[in-house]
Design a protein around this ligand. Structure first.
Ligand code: AMP
Length: 436
């Protein structure tokens, strides 16, 4: 059973107090899952994008270990945390200091960009946790300014990024230098791909594998914007342009109706773009073949209706296009959730005709932030954007609701407000009757 409360995690009172100071009420998914095995001394292989609370997920067990087994006299670092960048090292150290605020544990950083001797305290005084970037740390190790033998736990943060940045060899060297350690924790935004798997295999011993459920947070990784278009022809030309951009690696283009699927695939073909498609009535074999072509990178554009795309699972979609706007905000979220999987970045682009502006407003309100408009010069729309007043004009349903509320308010219990009266009176002014 996963913990829903920090008190279930057997953490020291001093850490619980620090969590309270920070205003953390309950563990995040990755914390609830990673903290218990890490506290049992197991190696952990965690898949957790930034924003999931992964930092505290490895800091808390590390701090708890230091409190459980306090050392008798000062000495070199017992916990070593490696990060891909200086900025991240600073952030992790900052969080460690906050979580250790009620303890006397010492935390230091070793990073590039700081004069070498400024790190003097790291090897002259007591240190419990060191957060480091690999380059500068190796320099210290080589010059025997850093004693690796006391390291009990090695933690790798954002391991996938470290690999991307070419630090694999450095990390393996550091891993060799800290071979007396008892535990290794490795966190990575994604665990997909041979590189990270092989790497983890070499560094970890029988790890517990944990995956945070980042569905809600992942959404934040999806860049979203819209382009205004005049009509379907304009929209198609703009879509072709966007599909031909080098960063558009693999896309799903959503349309509302089945007929549109075939039409659009034809239009794209005319523009020299090969697309496969999914629509509800397709036989399974054809459907499987279309998905296979996408997965194997033989085709990189898929046109689909919402229904046909149900259950579709392709991992590396870079772009989702709303060729037809979805009718509900929920559908919008489903669609854009096809990109930005497994902690990758994703982009969701909506192509918006004048009559779609109400939907756009609805989606913006649902997401709690309006989608931003972009313009490409050669595809600048000729028609004007619907005025805000028009776009934001309340629907009949909303107006009816407003009337109901008015009817319900005390002063007006018996007064019937006609829509046209309310309308003439305007939004801000009080109706005459009410004023009287
Ligand atoms: P991270 O994924 O470690 O970068 O954390 C993302 C953000 O979530 C940071 O601002 C943390 O301070 C915050 N955070 C981490 N754990 C919790 C928690 N249990 N409750 C609330 N916020 C948290």
């Amino acid at each position: 059973m996963t913990a829903t409360n920090f008190s279930e995690l057997d953490l020291d009172e001093r850490l619980i107090n620090a969590l309270r100071d920070k205003g953390y009420e309950r563990p995040t998914a990755i914390q609830a899952e990673a903290i218990p095995p890490a506290m049992d001394g197991r190696d952990v292989l965690g898949s957790a994008p930034t924003g999931t609370g992964k930092t505290a997920a490895f800091l808390l067990p590390a701090l708890q270990h230091l409190l459980d087994f306090p050392r008798k006299k000062s000495g070199p670092p017992r916990i070593l945390i490696l990060t891909p960048t200086r900025e991240l090292a600073m952030q992790v150290a900052e969080q460690a200091r906050e979580l250790a605020a009620h303890t006397s544990l010492d935390i230091a950083t070793i990073t590039g960009g700081v004069a070498y001797m400024n790190h003097a305290e790291v090897f002259s005084e007591n240190q419990d946790i060191v957060v480091a970037t690999t380059g500068r740390l190796l320099q210290y190790i080589k010059e025997e300014n850093f004693d690796c033998r006391a390291v009990e736990t090695l933690i790798l943060d954002e391991a996938d990024r470290m690999l991307d940045m070419g630090f694999a060899q450095d990390i393996e060297t550091i891993s060799g230098e800290t071979r007396w350690r008892n535990q290794t924790l490795l966190f990575s935004a994604t665990l997909e791909g041979d590189a990270i798997r092989d790497f983890a295999e070499r560094l970890l011993k029988e790890p517990v594998e944990i995956e945070a459920d980042p569905s809600r947070r992942e959404r934040k990784k999806i860049l979203q914007w819209y382009y205004r278009v005049d009509d379907v022809k304009h929209k198609t030309a703009l879509l072709c342009h966007l599909l031909k951009q080098p960063e558009t690696l693999k896309s799903i283009v959503f349309v509302r109706k089945r007929e549109r699927v075939h039409e659009l695939v034809g239009w794209l073909r005319e523009a020299g773009i090969t697309a496969c498609y999914l629509e509800g009535e397709m036989v399974q074999a054809k459907r499987t073949e279309a998905v296979k072509r996408m997965v194997e990178d033989r085709v990189n554009v898929l046109v689909a209706t919402d229904i046909a795309a149900r259950g579709l699972d392709i991992n590396d979609i870079s772009h989702v296009f709303n060729f037809d706007m979805p009718l509900t905000a929920d559908t919008y979220l489903h669609r854009i959730g096809r990109t930005g999987r497994a902690g990758r970045k994703g982009t969701a682009i909506s192509l918006v005709e004048a009559h779609d502006h109400l939907l756009l407003g609805k989606i913006g309100r649902y997401l709690n932030e309006p989608l931003k408009a972009r313009v490409i010069d050669e595809f600048r729309p000729k028609t004007k954007a619907p005025s805000e007043k028009l776009a934001g004009k309340p629907s009949k349903k909303v107006l009816a609701k407003r009337q109901e509320v008015k009817k319900g308010s005390k002063e007006k219990v018996k007064v019937k407000v006609r829509q046209r009266d309310a309308k003439n009176v305007g939004k801000r002014r009080k109706p005459k009757i009410e004023a009287e």
